[in-house]
Design a protein around this ligand. Structure first.
Ligand code: ATP
Length: 353
């Protein structure tokens, strides 16, 4: 059994089932993100682990112990919420000390532990400040220190970065990951931000309407999305509707242009529609670009995104985006220009569901 084991978890609110038979084993020290759009059930799963919601079915075990009968305060869990949720009338030291005090820890031990925690989040110098005297990022670091002070078995993070501005969000997510690895604490993180999930997780659960569409490493989720939903939600994949020409030969047409896939297409006939995904960084229009497949199209628009220039190409009824890396000599194609996009046929992923 995994360290954190979720078996056949279901949850209904009245007649509405919001989590359907969820199963997952999370290993000790793993950082797992639940990723999905608003309302997909990710927070509800987190709240069931914490004990704030009771599952309508299934079981949750932590380190071999059934959590079913335990109240939230009997579970050995630390939690950080989106809103900072610090005690406004307590300074930083007392906020971090709170759980230890409740647990009856001696004053000397509390002071040692709080000092350790403030060292971990690099805020030793702000121990006497009150929450209103801290920035949002500092408040979230204090919330993290408070959650970790009691040495929980599992750390739950519910969109802890979403109220912060972009720059702080990136630096704090790196800090969270570094602290998590330093402590080796099993962590479950909820987010609707795919870049956030890809950048800090050991594994990602992509949730879609109360079900896990895919569970995998960031590489697996990004490179080989299991469903159309994962492909469209994670990354900026192109979804291309192509026509099957000869399934045994793996040949298809994209906007009437022939392309041969690396493998035969099982289960489909000539004339059927097939969905394919292509990453924007997989193709190139540069002279001498490598690749065993190509399609031509008309440039619809280009947008400058900083490190890359994204160009949208009309190919038949599809719009296909591709990225060119920015460099000082780059000349993006003009709207209306006809260009040929070259790519490796193996980068065209067949999307089945
Ligand atoms: P968000 O990012 O918006 O929080 P989420 O993926 O975390 O979304 P949940 O908060 O888990 O989604 O909610 C899943 C579904 O359950 C939603 O349709 C929500 O309206 C519903 N829901 C959540 N809590 C309750 C509740 N206490 N009573 C009734 N319905 C609820």
């Amino acid at each position: 059994m995994s360290f954190l084991s979720l078996t056949n978890i279901k949850k209904s609110f009245g007649p509405v089932q919001v989590v359907h038979d969820f199963n997952m084993g999370i290993e000790k020290g793993e950082f797992v993100s639940f990723l999905g759009p608003s309302g997909c059930g990710k927070t509800t799963i987190l709240r069931m682990i914490a004990g704030f919601e009771t599952p309508s079915g299934g079981s949750i075990f932590i380190d071999g112990k059934d959590q079913g009968a335990l109240k939230p305060n009997q579970r050995n869990i630390g939690m950080v919420f989106q809103a900072y949720a610090l005690f406004p009338n307590m300074n930083v030291h007392d906020n971090v000390a709170f759980g230890l005090k409740v647990a009856g820890t001696s004053k000397t031990d509390i002071d040692i532990r709080v000092k350790q925690m403030l060292g971990l989040i690099k805020l030793e110098h702000l121990a006497d400040r009150f929450p209103y005297q801290l920035s949002g990022g500092q408040q979230q670091r204090v919330a993290l220190a408070r959650a970790l002070a009691v040495k929980p078995q599992v750390l739950l993070l519910d969109e802890p970065l979403s109220a912060l501005d972009a720059k702080i969000r990136i630096s704090l997510r790196e800090e969270i990951r570094q602290i998590q690895q330093q402590l080796g604490i099993t962590t479950v993180f909820v987010t609707h931000d795919q870049e956030e999930a890809l950048s800090i997780s050991d594994r990602i659960v992509v949730m879609n309407a109360g079900r896990a569409d895919q569970i995998g490493t960031p590489f697996e989720i990004y490179n080989t999305p299991a469903t159309r939903f994962v492909a469209s939600f994670v990354g900026t994949l192109n979804i291309i509707e192509a026509k099957v020409a000869d399934p045994a030969a793996g040949s298809i047409t994209i906007g009437n242009q022939p392309v041969t896939l690396r493998e035969p297409i099982a289960g489909l006939n000539g004339g059927d529609t097939i969905s394919l995904a292509l990453r924007p960084e997989a193709g190139s229009i540069a002279e001498g670009a490598k690749g065993d497949a190509s399609i031509s199209g008309e440039v619809v628009s280009t947008s400058f995104l900083g490190s890359v220039i994204r160009t949208r190409l009309r190919v038949g009824s599809d719009i296909i985006s591709f990225d060119m890396f920015n460099n000082p000599g780059i000349i993006p194609p003009a709207s209306g220009e006809n260009v040929t996009l070259r790519f490796a046929a193996k980068d065209l992923l067949v999307i089945r569901e």
